[in-house]
Design a binder for this molecule. Structure first.
Ligand code: PGA
Length: 245
């Protein structure tokens, strides 16, 4: 399909153990040769407990490591249970996912997301900025309005936008096996790209080896944020291979 530079980002959510990292040697072996032929970037975002061991394992490899969230302060402080962007950088993260709908559902506001993006930038992390509408918002036909609000508030007063990737993840598609219709996805991604020029826009939500052929035909997508399927090395490799076939 494509010769485009594509991102493949694994979001492991609250899954994974030290033992599970052993299965990654297959992906590493595959990607070392694959990326010489195909221009692409592979990033693993495991839970915080695995960032350090995974970074060590992937040192001098073409695969990078990211985190799944961070605190809004970039300084140390009395915030029990929290981890800031500086700490994530310290253990080897180069990226951080911010604004994932699972965190928005737990009360993360656009304003807080904006602070988190600023703090991650200050620490030198690249950002995977998630946006997406709920099923109710889709039914009300206010998807674009919702996305526009998430984008403008999330990126408020952020001048340097070079290190931010946008991940469009319709909430109703995450973990459900349901993906948007191709023409809808094309239209939504065009809408984002028209408003926010120069941004790379990834798609996330139930990406799997079964539907990748359909999704990859949408030619304005710059990559994928993959949850469930990224935990299975075979499925993850399959998705990457099929994207370029
Ligand atoms: P999924 O998750 O691929 O399991 O739908 C994607 C995500 O939440 O980033």
């Amino acid at each position: 399909m494509t010769n485009k530079y594509m991102y493949f980002i694994a979001n492991w959510k609250m899954f994974g153990s030290l033992k599970s990292l052993n299965s990654l040697h297959k992906v590493l072996k595959f990607f070392k040769t694959f990326r010489k032929k195909r221009n692409s970037k592979l990033i693993y975002c495991p839970p915080n407990t695995l960032i350090l061991p995974l970074s060590k394992k992937l040192r001098n490899s073409p695969i990078e490591v990211g985190a799944q969230n961070c605190h809004e302060n970039d300084y140390f402080g009395a915030f029990t249970g929290s981890v800031n962007s500086k700490m994530l950088k310290d253990v080897g993260a180069k990226y951080v996912i911010i604004g994932h709908s699972e965190n928005r559902a737990n009360g993360e506001t656009n304003k807080l997301i904006n602070l988190k993006i600023k703090s991650a930038q200050k620490s030198g992390l690249k950002i995977i900025f998630c946006i997406g509408e709920t099923i109710q918002e889709k039914r009300k036909k206010i998807t674009k309005k919702v996305l526009e609000k998430q984008l403008s508030l999330g990126l408020h007063k952020i001048k340097n936008r070079k290190n931010i990737l946008i991940a469009y993840e319709p909430v109703w598609s995450i973990g459900t096996g349901i993906i948007p219709k191709s023409h809808e996805l094309l239209d939504t991604i065009n809408f984002i790209k028209k408003k926010y020029k120069n941004f790379k826009v990834l798609y996330g939500g139930s990406v799997s080896p079964k539907n990748i052929n359909e999704i990859k035909s949408i030619n304005n997508i710059d990559g994928f944020l993959i949850g469930g399927a990224s935990q299975d090395p075979k499925k993850f490799i399959d998705i990457i291979k099929k994207t370029y076939n």
